[in-house]
Ligand binder design. Structure first.
Ligand SMILES: [Zn+2]
Length: 455
């Protein structure tokens, strides 16, 4: 337990630096994972695992036979478990309560070692407040567990910086609601959208943090503003999007950044340039991005566990072709369908086979640069974009061979019980390694042969 905790702290601190000063994305305590989407030029932070926690155990036992000392140790054990499961609020609280050095040594020891290295009375009182806080939050989270993964009847909630134009908001909401109509309405869901103006972005950050405090996700607004990814993202993205527009560039950054622990699908998006400035890029590009992001909510809704590592495993996060390719394929095809049927506002874009053709070029170039290797091994990072393209094609291939409904009707419903590999075999009748061999051979064919399988 102790080494895990100290590792988590390292990740947490490293992440905090990232969130504060770079343009990378991520989630509280999650590795910063910024990857380019295939054709849109949208840099997105996606599929970041929902930070976890929400176990069933709650506060320290309250039987009167326990001494105060035992209660305190029980509380520490409860807190250590939560930290191990990715609860950063406790780490933050502890650092604030007792200082970074004491917090560090405290979190690096097993709870039962505490009696040999006790804190001062003042520090112990301050730490007790953090322990009590975690007990309340874990109880709340445990109650949320029961409803995770169910579709809801409430609408997604949208929050915008004040300078996001009304027509862009309408287009974005139209797209997200169309995606929920297509795949099911998973919630609760919050979609936060930055603008171009820095002061407006800061106001949005205040609004975000006020809401987080109201819902018990953060202890106070100041900590949220300093530590949480999202408010910092708004400001960074406002600056970045302004530069893009001046240069006539599209692109941006959007992501589902959690949060299983909060019982919420939480999104943050940069200014939707294609919705706002269609002379730069077509609406369709941003429509597809919204669909892509929403599909990540669908994926996460099917994963019940609150354990961070298990969520990663079930997302098949180490090799991103599955989750990112799935989101990309479903978004490309789904948003096109919804445009064709008139649900989405019309927008001129390259035809679907042409867009998938761009992806083949990415994949085949990578395969020729990396002979004997498979893009199925790519993770988030420099070659991430290739994995999106490769994965989108892998899903196109599976949908063509087994039917377009197997993913949502068979694979995902089996995921919790069977695990990723078991669910894959259950849905597609082969193991994933055999599939990759078969699919890599398929991808080596000429473009005009490949596009024949597209819907
Ligand atoms: Zn994604």
């Amino acid at each position: 337990m102790l080494k895990n905790i100290s590792l988590l702290i390292s990740i947490f601190l490293a992440f905090s630096l990232v969130a504060g000063c770079s343009s990378s994305g991520g989630e509280l305590a999650a590795p910063a994972t910024t990857t380019a989407a295939p054709d849109a030029g949208v840099v997105e932070t996606t599929a970041v695992p929902a930070t976890t926690a929400a176990p069933a155990t709650t506060a320290a036992p309250t039987t009167t036979t326990l001494s105060d000392e035992d209660k305190f140790i029980n509380g520490l054990e409860n807190a250590a478990l939560a930290v191990e499961q990715g609860d950063n609020v406790f780490i933050n609280c502890t650092v604030e309560a007792v200082g970074i050095d004491a917090a560090w040594s405290l979190l690096d020891m097993a709870p039962d070692e505490y009696l040999d290295n006790p804190l001062s009375v003042e520090d112990e009182t301050a730490l007790t407040a953090c322990i009590d806080d975690i007990a309340v939050r874990r109880e709340t989270a445990a109650n949320l567990d029961a409803s995770w993964g169910a579709t809801v009847s409430t609408s997604p909630e949208f929050f915008y910086a004040s300078d996001v134009p009304e027509y862009s908001r309408s287009l974005l909401e139209e797209a997200l609601l169309a995606a929920t109509a297509l795949w099911g309405n998973y919630g609760p869901l919050e979609y936060w959208v930055a603008g171009l103006d820095v002061a407006a972005a800061e106001d949005l950050g205040d609004q975000f943090c006020t809401k987080r405090v109201q819902l018990g996700n953060h202890g106070n607004v100041a900590d949220c503003l300093e530590w949480d990814y999202t408010p910092n993202f708004f400001v960074e993205r406002a600056i970045d999007s302004s530069e893009r527009i001046v240069n006539g560039w599209g692109g941006g950054n959007a992501g589902r950044n959690g949060n299983r622990e909060w019982g919420l699908h939480l999104y943050s998006s940069s200014y939707p340039i294609c919705f706002a400035e269609p002379s730069i890029c077509p609406f369709a590009d941003d429509q597809k991005t919204v669909f892509h992001e929403y599909f990540h909510a669908v994926q996460h809704a099917f994963i019940a566990t609150a354990n961070w590592d298990l969520r990663d495993e079930l997302m098949h996060r180490e090799n991103i072709w599955w989750s990112e390719g799935g989101a990309e394929y479903m978004a490309q095809v789904g948003s096109q369908e919804m445009r064709n049927s008139g649900v989405l506002t019309a927008s001129e874009w390259a035809p679907l086979p042409e867009r998938f053709g761009w992806m083949i070029w990415d994949v085949q170039e990578w395969m020729s640069d990396n002979p004997g290797q498979s893009p199925s091994t790519i993770g988030y990072g420099d070659d991430g974009q290739v994995a999106y393209s490769y994965g989108a094609w892998a899903h196109a291939y599976l949908a063509s061979k087994f039917g377009p409904d197997v993913l949502l009707d068979t694979f995902y419903p089996g995921l919790n019980e069977l695990g990723w590999e078991g669910a894959f075999a259950n849905a597609y009748g082969m193991n994933s390694a055999d599939f990759i061999v078969e699919f890599d051979e398929f991808m080596a064919q000429p473009v005009d042969v490949l596009v024949e399988i597209l819907p």
